[in-house]
Write a protein that binds this ligand. Structure first.
Ligand code: BYC
Length: 314
């Protein structure tokens, strides 16, 4: 037992973070830090797993074998990301069962982006290009998050996400160099995925309740708005290269700031979606509940096997 007062422990904790040292699972940490990490890491894990659904929708309809193999591998990678992240969250003292329960009862959030439908094959291109593109910008920062298990999980995830982003962009290049109809499909996908992708970075800094604590604890090393700006600056030239138009009439290069200016996000839509009322929220949750129920016999069999082995060993 430590003889230090709570105040002294908090000071030491913050000094460690300020010195860019990792906080590890057995280290003393503030309850608020633990709570907020569980909140963010589990939201992230759920996003990876729910994110498999809109993409899996196209595995059987991919236009050729090469595309099917690429998409299958990507969807499998997302399951792996979910596993790394659930494991990282478990090191903070919460069980996998409780985490899943929070998702399946609708208590836990997951990324807004996965509550939109993937209507055409071009959506698979747009998801890789924009959604994985946005995810990487956020997650490169998280590789340096102060909690060791989270930061280490992010390193591996980022490597795979950058491959996903490229496969998505390559689909967009192929469509945009194809027939007029294919290019129109790519434009339509950009129209529908642009604003939801912009929302992935979370509310504006001034309206983000968790940002100041998360920044003080060096979980977030850059702000929601700064990351969103980086996304716009990176993606607009890519859209120009593709010859398609970002659906924002306020989008304009600003020579003074050396950044693109852009229009206002529809925050009412964002709040509706993250509070369970987006176009696909119910469908996504029902699919996860069904998968969980269908998988019960596998979990039961695994527990029974482990118990039998334990009894034999005793
Ligand atoms: N969607 O104070 P704020 C992926 C919530 S998937 C839903 O700024 P924070 C991928 C926020 O939770 C990408 N909810 O919060 C997978 C909070 O609500 P609560 C997933 C959102 O945490 C498959 C409230 O709004 N990436 O990579 O400081 C295929 C106030 O927000 C969202 C991650 O999860 C949103 N977009 O910052 C392809 C990254 N934004 O908890 C790709 C890790 C905000 O108070 N997470 N909310 O009820 C983060 O970096 C941060 O949690 C966020 C939000 C930047 C998302």
């Amino acid at each position: 037992m430590s003889n230090l007062s709570t105040q002294e422990l908090e000071t030491k904790f913050q000094q460690k973070i300020d010195a860019n040292e990792y906080i590890e699972p057995k280290d003393w940490m503030m309850d608020k830090y633990r709570y907020n990490l569980i909140r963010q890491i589990s939201q992230h894990a759920h996003s990876e797993v729910v994110g498999m659904l809109p993409e899996a929708n196209w595995i059987t309809r991919a236009p050729n074998l090469r595309r099917k193999a690429g998409l299958l591998a990507k969807v499998q990678d997302e399951a792996g990301h979910g596993l790394y992240l659930y494991s990282a969250a478990e090191t903070l003292g919460i069980s996998r069962e409780e985490l899943l329960n929070q998702l399946l009862t609708g208590k836990a959030k997951y990324s807004n982006i996965f509550n939109y439908p993937t209507l055409t094959w071009a959506d698979i291109g747009a998801v890789g290009w924009l959604v994985d593109g946005a995810a990487i910008i956020n997650q490169v920062m998280l590789q340096r998050a102060s909690y060791g298990p989270y930061a280490r999980a992010m390193i591996r995830i980022c490597r795979e996400e950058s491959f996903h982003q490229r496969q998505g962009f390559e689909i967009m290049v192929t469509l945009c160099q194809g027939t007029a109809e294919q290019k129109a499909m790519a434009q339509d996908a950009l129209n529908r995925w642009w604003w939801p992708s912009m929302m992935m970075f979370g509310p504006n800094d001034k309206d983000s309740p968790h940002s100041s604590d998360m920044a003080k604890w060096r979980v977030k090393r850059e702000s929601n708005d700064d990351l969103r700006q980086r996304f716009v600056d990176r993606v607009v030239p890519q859209a120009d290269f593709l010859g398609i138009t970002v659906p924002d009439d306020k989008l304009k290069w600003n020579a003074a700031t050396q950044h693109y200016d852009f229009g206002e996000i529809d925050w009412t839509e964002f709040h509706n979606v993250i509070n369970g009322n987006g176009p696909c929220n119910r469908e996504r949750l029902n699919a996860r509940i069904k998968a969980h129920e269908d998988g019960k016999w596998v979990r039961d069999a695994a527990v029974a096997y482990a118990n039998k082995k334990r009894k034999k060993a005793a």
